[in-house]
Every structure is written in structure tokens, then in C-alpha cells.
Design a protein around this ligand. Structure first.
Ligand code: GLU
Length: 550
């Protein structure tokens, strides 16, 4: 076999000894966790990837360990241009940073790289070569058609499909056959020679799923593909060994592969890391629960939250509520403390397995978060978002920045009860839009139609009298006193209880009077404080707006 090993792998590859030196054991304090997240650059980033990445970063941070962002790009067919950038920027956007891995500028950070698997080809091959040399792996020249025919046969005979046992045709092939296939230039893969028995159970401990007993793996899985790159299984084992990963935190779709992975660790005589398989984020679909689907659910994509303009803190905090049911209490007890300070534990994580995605909750968290920001901070966050996603809103913000900030400041900067109407940056548009005359389209007829408790004459009289008494210098109380009086003089109840008692005697309450001006000034039912709106508008705009119905 040694001829074959040399034929397949020329000797420029590093040796396992050299690699052991190049990737020394990390010198970390007791209990430090080395974690990694390994997204693949497919152009789509699942919210679950942000979730797992966040958990990895948090565990590493709070134990004085190391978090790694590793780009798992061994499947060149699925790779999309710009996808690595997309991933690093998405993590960066949401404020999740890693100690090592591919950075936002595309460069590697850390001494255990390269951190893109495609750049580690020689490293994997060094170990493939080693396994080949020690008889634990072999080349397989079976073609796609042959494998398909094998599967058909297995299905026909109602047998387990796959490359195992008697089906593993190249497993013990005489050397001449292998040499001949190499001579003929037939493409080949390298398979692991499994010693596993399907009828034997393997026991292992998952930190979240607890003790598991799964059948051993008896498939001679591919470890190196025809293009010379490793498969996921092999790359995972090699990288997590060399990078010193202590905790493999990943989606639970890999749980069933653990027996295969343990087998590979053993074959290479490496210690196994701990495993924590994360149940996927679910959602309710009608009355049933299912995992977020990339195809059906826009919220499965990280980009969606950025596009709508959720603040990164809100999204991250929300993910933390999904991760640990204790987070919310902690967060209420520690207002203003960053969620990165939350003591995340495997126990907590275990308790909230398969969490449900809930937009309403995200909305609440988000509105509460935005309410902690003053108007300049809101402005500074909305503008860059708008420049990317809504040029029209960006124009509004830039037309008169001070005025835009003043609008945002209403019921915010000085308020005791800060308004909580902004959930995402896209909501700011509605706050600003009606202040701009060229965007305000309310017609006199529409206004009259909305104010149906006054006829056109009554409305015009009410407005003229308002204008007579209007003094922009009035303070809030004086202004409101005038509104009340105006109402009293025009058949509205001065006190709500009078109206309640004899509703037929009145046109409405003071709220109905205020509503007249809300409609005329803003064209809508709900606005922040009317007095503040008028202050920002200034007398000319106020007069022009209310005069619409004269
Ligand atoms: N590249 C793998 C995936 O996309 C990562 C799994 C892991 O973390 O090991 O699912």
C-alpha cells in the first residue's frame, strides 16, 4: 500500500508531527471554553447561525476562552461569491465578535488558521495520508453511476443503503486494481475504513441532549472528496482537534453523526471535545410547531432583521431569551446591563430546547430598547440604516437634521414615559413623513370625512376660533386650556364624566376636539403629543395645515 500512498500524496505535505507543533495545545485557564461556529458561505445566513455564533462567543467570553469563526467552504458547488463577506459583516453588524477566525476585512485573526477550510487542504490531506498509510483509509474509485446502482439494489432488497460491509467494493481491493485505476486516471475519493458494527450501540454524553445511545457507524464514509477537499465530518474532526475546541456547539442535525465523528477522533488518537447540540428555533405554523424554514420563513434569514431595521441589541437580546428562559428575569433585575454580562450556562440552554420564534416578543424587546435611546442616538442609527435600505427616509432625515432629531425627540428625550412606538428603523418613516408638506396629501374632503361629528361649517368655525386664540408661545398647559375652552364653546363636554352621563347632549369630549387638530396636522389618528408636534412644526405650518378646512 505504501506505493499507493506516495502516488496519491506526494511528500510535500506536512507530517502529523509538524502539524502538532504548528498547532500547539492552548494554554488556557481551567474551565476556559474554546468554541467555534462554522457557517458555510452559501449566500444565506440562517438566524440559527447568528444564534449559535452568539452562544459560542458568549461562552468563550465568560470563561476566559476563545471563540472562533471558521468558514466551512469545502463544498465548492454551494459556494456563492461574496458570501464570506456577508457572514463576517452580519456577525459584525449584530455585534458578535470572535477572538479568532476570518475577520470583517476578510483577513485571518489568530494563530490556529487558516480559518477557511478550503485553505487548509494540505492539513487535512496530511491526516488522510496518515490514515491511508496506517490502513485506516483507502481510495475508492466507484463512479457515481456505480454508487447509484448499488443504492438501487439495496433499496430493492430492502437493505440499508450506503457503502458498508460487502457493499464496500474498494475496501479490500488488491493493490494492482488500485494501481490500474490510478494509471487510468479514474477520479477517486478516500474513504475511512470503519470498524464499527451497526448492531452495537455507542454511548456518549451530549451536554444538552444528555446521555445518548446510538448505533455505531459502519459506513466507510468519504473523508476526502475527488477534488482533494475533505468532507464536513473529516474537516470538523481535524479542525476541532487542531484548533483546540473544547466544546462543539452546533445544530442538532449533527447529533446522529456523532458516532462517526467519535470514530474519526479515535482513529487519529485524539481526545474528543464536548458536544452540545442545539435544537433549532421553531415557529408556530397554524397549530403545529415546526422549525424555521429557509424556504418558507423570511425570518429564518439574518438579513431580514437587518433589512427591516431591528437594532442589533434587540435581536441579540431576543436570541438570549430563546437560549435561556432565565434571561428575561435577569435582564429585568439588571436594567441597562448588556446581555453579554448574562451568565449563560449549559443548564439554562438545556431548559429552553427548541425555542419558539415570536415576533411579538422581539417587538417588545425592541421597542423597549429603542426607548432607552435619546433622539441623537436614534437619529445616528436610523440614518445609516436608511441610507442602505430606504433612500427616501434618508432624504427626510438629511433635509433638516435638527428638525428630524426634534421630531424624534418628541415624547422621548424629556419624557417620563418614553413612547414605545418604534420597533424597527423602518417605523421612523411614519413619524417623520407627515411633517413634510410635499408628502402630506390630506385633502379638505378627507379631513371633513374623518371629522364626522362636526359639519363643514362647525368645523370651519372651530378652526377659525382656534386660530384667533393661537399663540405659539403658549406653554403646554395654556395651550390645552384653550383647546378645552374652545370645545366647551362648541358643544363638547369639558369633563369626560359629563359626556359619559349625557352623551347625547354633546358633540364629544375634549379628546374629540384635540382629534380635530390631530387629523388636520398629521392626517392620522395616532401621533405622539400634539403640542410637541405643533412646537416642531412652528406657527406657519400649523396655520397652513389647520386652514385646510376653512
Ligand atoms: N458547516 C456546518 C453547518 O453549516 C457547521 C456545523 C458545525 O458547527 O460543526 O452546519
Amino acid at each position: 500500500m505504501s506505493n499507493i500512498v506516495e502516488r496519491i500524496f506526494p511528500d510535500h505535505l506536512p507530517t502529523p508531527e509538524e502539524l502538532a507543533q504548528r498547532f500547539p495545545k492552548r494554554d488556557l485557564p481551567e474551565g476556559a471554553m474554546v468554541t467555534r461556529v462554522g457557517p458555510s458561505p452559501t449566500g444565506f445566513m440562517h438566524i440559527g447561525t447568528l444564534y449559535v455564533g452568539r452562544l459560542c462567543a458568549q461562552f468563550a467570553r465568560q470563561t476566559g476562552g476563545v471563540s472562533i469563526l471558521r468558514i466551512e467552504d469545502t463544498d465548492k458547488k454551494r459556494e456563492v461569491e461574496g458570501a464570506v463577506d456577508f457572514i463576517t459583516h452580519a456577525f459584525d453588524h449584530f455585534g458578535v465578535s470572535f477572538d479568532e477566525g476570518v475577520g470583517v476585512d476578510g483577513a485571518d485573526m489568530g494563530a490556529y488558521g487558516p480559518y477557511r477550510q478550503s485553505q487548509r487542504k494540505e492539513i487535512y490531506q496530511a491526516y488522510v495520508k496518515h490514515l491511508l498509510a496506517t490502513g485506516k483509509a483507502y481510495p475508492c474509485f466507484a463512479t457515481g453511476e456505480e454508487l447509484e446502482a448499488m443504492r438501487d439494489k439495496q433499496q430493492l432488497r430492502k437493505m440499508r443503503t450506503g457503502y458498508y460491509g460487502v457493499w464496500a467494493e474498494w475496501r479490500d481491493r488488491p493493490e494492482e486494481d488500485v494501481q490500474a485505476a490510478l494509471d487510468a486516471g479514474i477520479p477517486f475519493v478516500i474513504r475511512f475504513r470503519s470498524e464499527g458494527k451497526i448492531e452495537r450501540k455507542l454511548k456518549f454524553e451530549d451536554l444538552l441532549f444528555g446521555e445518548r445511545k446510538l448505533p455505531e457507524n459502519d459506513q466507510d464514509i468519504v473523508i476526502m472528496k475527488a477534488d482533494g477537499l475533505p468532507t464536513y465530518h473529516f474537516a470538523h474532526v481535524v479542525d476541532d482537534h487542531l484548533m483546540g475546541t473544547t466544546h462543539v456547539i452546533r445544530g442538532d442535525e449533527w447529533l446522529s453523526s456523532v458516532p462517526t465523528h467519535l470514530q474519526l477522533f479515535e482513529a487519529l488518537e485524539w481526545e474528543t471535545p464536548k458536544f452540545a447540540h442545539i435544537a433549532p428555533i421553531n415557529k408556530m405554523d397554524g397549530t403545529s410547531r415546526r422549525k424555521l424554514s429557509k424556504r418558507k420563513d423570511p425570518e429564518a434569514s439574518v438579513g431580514y432583521f437587518e433589512e427591516l431595521g431591528y437594532s442589533n441589541e434587540a435581536v441579540l437580546d431576543y436570541l438570549m431569551t430563546l437560549a435561556d428562559a432565565g434571561f428575561e428575569d435577569w435582564s429585568n433585575e439588571n436594567p441597562g446591563t448588556s446581555s453579554w454580562e448574562f451568565p449563560l450556562t449549559m443548564r439554562g440552554l438545556k431548559g429552553s430546547s427548541g425555542p419558539l420564534f415570536d415576533f411579538e416578543k422581539l417587538g417588545n424587546i425592541s421597542r423597549n430598547f429603542v426607548a432607552t435611546l435619546k433622539s441623537p442616538a436614534v437619529y445616528d442609527r436610523v440614518l445609516p440604516w436608511a441610507e442602505k435600505h430606504d433612500a427616501d427616509l434618508a432624504d427626510m432625515l438629511k433635509a433638516d437634521p435638527d428638525r428630524a432629531r426634534a421630531i424624534i425627540a418628541i415624547e422621548r428625550d424629556e419624557a417620563q414615559n418614553v413612547r414605545k412606538d418604534i420597533e424597527k428603523w423602518s417605523d421612523v418613516k411614519a413619524e417623520l413623513e407627515f411633517f413634510f408638506d410635499d408628502r402630506f396629501t390630506l385633502s379638505a374632503d378627507e379631513a371633513r370625512g374623518m371629522i364626522d361629528y362636526l359639519d363643514a361649517n362647525e368645523l370651519a368655525t372651530l378652526v377659525s376660533e382656534f386660530l384667533e386664540g393661537y399663540d405659539p408661545a403658549d406653554d403646554n398647559a395654556t395651550w390645552f386650556g384653550k383647546i378645552k375652552e374652545l370645545g366647551g364653546a362648541h358643544g363638547f363636554a369639558m369633563r369626560p364624566k359629563d359626556f359619559k352621563k349625557n352623551p347625547d347632549d354633546y358633540k364629544g369630549t375634549v379628546a374629540h376636539v384635540a382629534r380635530v387638530f390631530r387629523i388636520l396636522l398629521a392626517g392620522k389618528e395616532r401621533t405622539p403629543d400634539l403640542y410637541s408636534i405643533m412646537q416642531v412644526m412652528g406657527p406657519d405650518q400649523v396655520k397652513a395645515r389647520v386652514s385646510l378646512v376653512l
